[in-house]
Design a protein around this ligand. Structure first.
Ligand code: NAD
Ligand code: UDP
Length: 314
């Protein structure tokens, strides 16, 4: 049968960000193909979509080529939390590099538009603050975070080379720390760790002295930014920072989560992991100008929704 409906592939679609993106696209009425190998994703994240006529689930490992006919690709497949991406670092590099080559090859063949979920980690432990897109970063090539950071950097290189060499219509988003419902409760990221610890009356594990900073974006805001970038003008391909510029120390985050949960957990200090970035804050003026985008949900409000979610699952 002739097909007029736009078809959108979301790799990593059963993960945290991917499942929210699938929700958004399914509700827009486009045909959504969700591809995942379920390494860190879960069927429960997308089970509510399985009955939708415009949603399809494909179990596949992106390290291997796949042949599909689609109009747009959001390339999100890659473990995102340090404990997950460090579990099998060689596989993490393969997913970023070979996964990108496979998806760019697909985009080239079927003339699809393709968006890469890059990361603030490409700036490494930044010497420039806040981070702007023209900063080249300060990244260790041989450390425990390198499989993720360098894999994502190489993916950006591949995107721009396929664009220049093969005219592929690309978008590159540099995503800063994002949180919200459906984060994996054991994925070791700071927001999920602290909330789970607070709700189960375990000690809150602050690494180092908790003076390092992060800027946390609520998932709904992030999905809006990704969709705007994909649907935006073809002469605005990025890379563009997406994140919430409100910067907090990790200790401030711990205290805020204790306040919002009313928990009596106590804060304890544990060693700071190697190469843990000291400070991170996106400069989002480019996204504001070119996409008319900025986050709307403040940390307290977003944490409340996230805490509510974790209460239902633990
Ligand atoms: P996540 O771990 O919840 O989702 C990643 C998904 O990719 C999972 O469903 C996983 O099963 C799947 N996947 C992993 N390897 C795969 C492979 N080889 N083949 C097929 N599927 C595979 O993480 P997330 O937070 O949703 O992150 C999604 C994307 O956004 C990632 O690319 C991540 O690097 C990027 N990102 C996220 C953040 C954040 O704060 N959440 C920040 C920066 C960048
Ligand atoms: N962190 C912490 N306690 C935890 C988990 C993380 O203090 O239980 C710190 C971690 O050292 C880092 C920050 O929180 O400085 C954010 O960590 P996360 O793994 O969430 O993201 P990333 O370091 O990749 O930004």
């Amino acid at each position: 049968m002739m097909h007029f409906q736009k078809r959108v592939l979301v790799t990593g679609g059963a993960g945290f960000l991917g499942s929210h993106l699938c929700d958004r696209l399914v509700s827009q009425g486009v045909d959504v193909l969700c591809l995942d190998n379920f390494f860190t994703g879960a069927k429960s994240n997308i089970s509510h979509l399985l009955d939708s006529p415009n949603f399809e689930l494909i179990r596949h490992d992106l390290v291997h080529p796949i042949f599909l006919e689609v109009d747009e690709i959001y390339n999100l497949a890659c473990p995102a939390s340090p404990i997950h991406y460090q579990y099998n670092p060689v596989k993490t590099v393969k997913t970023s590099v070979m996964g990108s080559i496979n998806m760019l090859g697909l985009a080239k063949r079927v003339k699809a538009k393709i968006l890469q979920a890059s990361t603030s980690e490409i700036y490494g432990d930044p010497k420039v603050h806040p981070q702007k897109e023209d900063y080249w970063g300060n990244v260790n090539t041989i450390g425990p975070r390198s499989c993720y950071d360098e894999g994502k950097r190489c993916a950006e290189t591949l995107f721009f080379d396929y664009h220049r060499q093969n005219n592929v219509n690309i978008r590159v988003a540099r995503i800063f720390n994002t949180y919200g419902p459906r984060m994996h409760p054991n994925d070791g990221r700071v927001v999920s760790n602290f909330i789970v610890q607070a709700l189960t009356n375990q000690d809150i594990t602050v690494y180092g002295e908790g003076k390092q900073t992060r800027s946390f974006c609520y998932v709904e805001d992030m999905i809006e930014g990704l969709v705007r970038l994909m649907e935006g003008p073809d002469d605005f391909i990025g890379p563009v920072n997406l994140g919430n510029p409100a910067e907090y120390t990790i200790l401030q985050l711990a205290e805020l989560i204790l306040k919002l949960t009313g928990s009596r957990s106590k804060i304890i200090f544990q060693p700071l992991p190697q190469d843990d970035p000291l400070q991170r804050q996106p400069d989002i003026s480019l996204a504001q100008e070119r996409l008319g985008w900025e986050p709307k949900v403040g940390l307290e409000q977003g944490l409340e929704k996230t805490i509510e979610y974790f209460r239902t699952i633990i």
